[in-house]
Structures are given as structure tokens and as C-alpha cells.
Design a protein around this ligand. Structure first.
Ligand SMILES: NC(=O)c1ccc[n+]([C@@H]2O[C@H](COP(=O)([O-])OP(=O)(O)OC[C@H]3O[C@@H](n4cnc5c(N)ncnc54)[C@H](O)[C@@H]3O)[C@@H](O)[C@H]2O)c1
Length: 268
């Protein structure tokens, strides 16, 4: 018996990184998964890995019609939509606030918020009727930057904090429809998370990133995308979390209790 037998899902930004790990895990747990991806290459890789269990749609989360198309594809291929995972995101690489010229602020803000916040709102709006019909669940990808400063710049941290409010408000509004709205908040994870248009940096190429994360979390290592995937399954599953909504599960190595490193246990 697998944990998501008979479920169908949609994951945005599921071609790479954390989203891809969620797709892989959902399929392993028996689900069929629509995936909104940015490139034909990502779509081809998903199909090569999972065949008919996935339904990739190439599109842009900032675009209403692309979100609608992804939902329509899931319904056409799999009949229902039980779980939505808004996940696609971009990063600001912790650029200092003052490095953004005043005249560039509005553009940079829109570029980042359009993906990280608007993209989530559009995905939920597009999936709403289908989730109501299935009494389904939404599982957002949030971040340790939804709670703490220092893991991103002002734009990224603001966008991820904004999504905490989105989880709460949607959980409140959609509870009467029996739609649960929860989130997983990963900490530092080894992915190629990218930046705004024209910025070719990637998180996994930032020098010292792994050591920085390892130094700053009590558990002392950089996580892999797969480390978070089971938590999405728990929040997706009616059987495992029927009474859970407006919850945000942190998967961040214990950032909240970081501080002076405790003495390592003596080994004999
Ligand atoms: N990597 C980390 O340390 C970390 C930590 C906490 C939270 N997150 C969050 O996890 C989520 C996934 O990021 P990741 O780290 O796996 O990076 P990633 O780059 O591997 O995944 C992000 C995905 O979003 C897609 N994407 C970006 N803009 C898009 C758009 N306009 N339309 C459609 N797809 C788009 C990318 O193509 C990519 O597949 C993001 O929301 C990110 O903020 C990442």
C-alpha cells in the first residue's frame, strides 16, 4: 500500500530541485502528477523518468492562462485534482537592500513577487473548482525565509513572509469547502535555485553556501531536495492529516534553536 494511491496532483516548478523531488516522491507513493515546468527539456526529462504517471505542461506561473492549462491537463489526463503544490520560485541571492537603486526597485520587486507570490495565488485560483470537487489539499513551498532574516535579501524574505499570510487566509477561507491549506518550509537545500531575469547565478554555485548552511543550523548539514518530500506527502494525504490546516512544517535543521553550538557527545 502506498500513501497516495489514487491521488492526482499538480506541482509548479516541478522540473528541478525541491519540486522535482516532490514529483518523484508523489509518483513513488502512487500518485499521478501534472507538472508546470519552464522548459521542454524539463518536460522531456519528467516523461522519460515517469512515463504516463506525469503530465508536464510548459508554461510560466506568472501567466493565468498557463495555470489554467496545467489544471486542465491534470483533469483531462487523470480525472481529478486532489493536491496542488505551488512551488516555483526565484531568489535574490541576499543582495543587500542598498544595492538596488531606487529607480530599479519597482521592477525588481515585481519580477520577484510575480513568481514567488502572484504565481502561488494564480495556481490556487486556477485549481479552486477542482480542489473543491475533490475536497483536496494545497501544500505550499515556503522557506526558512518565511520566518527569519538573513537567508535572502529584502525582496526574497518579504515574498516568503507574505506567503505565511496567504497560507493562513486561504486556509480560513477554504475550510468550509473542506480544502486544507498547509506548507512545508525548507531551509538551505542543494538546488540550482535561480534569480531574476538576466541574473545567471544559481544557488548551488554560490561559493561557501554549503558550509554557511552547515554552520548555521544545529543539525549541521545542507539538506537535499529529497529530505523534504515526505512532509509534502503527509500534508497531501487525507488519511495522514485530515484535521490539519494552516500548518507550516519547518524542515530546516532547527534554525529556531540555533545558537552557541552544544558540546558534542563524548564517544567512548
Ligand atoms: N534551495 C533552497 O535552499 C530553498 C530553501 C527554501 C525554500 N526554497 C524554495 O523552494 C522552491 C523551489 O526552489 P528550488 O530551490 O527547488 O530551486 P529550483 O530552481 O531547482 O526550482 C525552482 C523551479 O521553479 C521554476 N520557475 C522559476 N520561475 C518560473 C516561472 N516564472 N514559471 C514557471 N516555473 C518557474 C524553475 O524552472 C525551477 O524548476 C522555491 O519556492 C524556493 O524559494 C528553496
Amino acid at each position: 500500500m502506498t500513501r497516495l494511491d489514487g491521488y492526482s496532483a499538480l506541482v509548479t516548478g516541478g522540473g528541478k530541485g525541491i519540486g522535482r523531488a516532490v514529483v518523484d516522491r508523489f509518483v513513488a507513493e502512487g500518485a499521478r502528477v501534472g507538472v508546470l515546468v519552464r522548459s521542454e527539456g524539463d518536460a522531456a526529462e519528467l516523461t522519460a523518468a515517469h512515463g504516463d504517471a506525469v503530465a508536464p505542461v510548459v508554461g510560466d506561473v506568472r501567466n493565468w492562462a498557463d495555470n489554467q492549462a496545467a489544471v486542465a491537463e491534470v483533469l483531462a489526463r487523470f480525472g481529478t485534482l486532489d493536491v496542488l503544490v505551488p512551488n516555483a520560485g526565484v531568489y535574490d541571492f541576499s543582495d543587500p537592500f542598498e544595492s538596488i537603486a531606487g529607480e530599479d526597485m519597482a521592477d525588481r520587486y515585481r519580477q520577484l513577487f510575480d513568481v514567488n507570490v502572484l504565481g502561488y495565488l494564480l495556481a490556487v485560483r486556477a485549481a479552486l473548482d477542482a480542489l473543491r470537487a475533490s475536497k483536496g489539499a494545497v501544500v505550499f513551498t515556503l522557506s526558512s525565509s518565511s520566518f527569519y532574516s538573513g537567508g535572502g535579501g529584502a525582496l526574497y524574505v518579504s515574498s516568503k513572509h507574505a506567503l505565511v499570510g496567504t497560507v493562513k487566509q486561504l486556509a480560513y477561507e477554504l475550510a468550509p469547502d473542506d480544502i486544507r491549506v498547509n506548507a512545508v518550509a525548507p531551509g538551505g537545500t542543494r538546488t540550482g535555485l535561480g534569480g531574476l531575469p538576466g541574473d545567471n547565478r544559481a544557488l548551488d554555485a554560490v561559493s561557501g553556501f554549503e558550509e554557511m548552511v552547515a554552520r548555521n543550523v544545529p543539525l549541521g548539514f545542507l539538506s537535499e531536495p529529497e529530505d523534504h518530500a515526505s512532509l509534502y506527502v503527509t500534508l497531501a494525504s487525507r488519511e495522514e492529516s485530515r484535521f490539519v490546516t494552516a500548518e507550516i512544517i519547518r524542515s530546516d535543521g532547527g534554525i529556531e534553536v540555533r545558537g552557541k553550538r552544544r558540546k558534542a557527545k563524548e564517544t567512548s
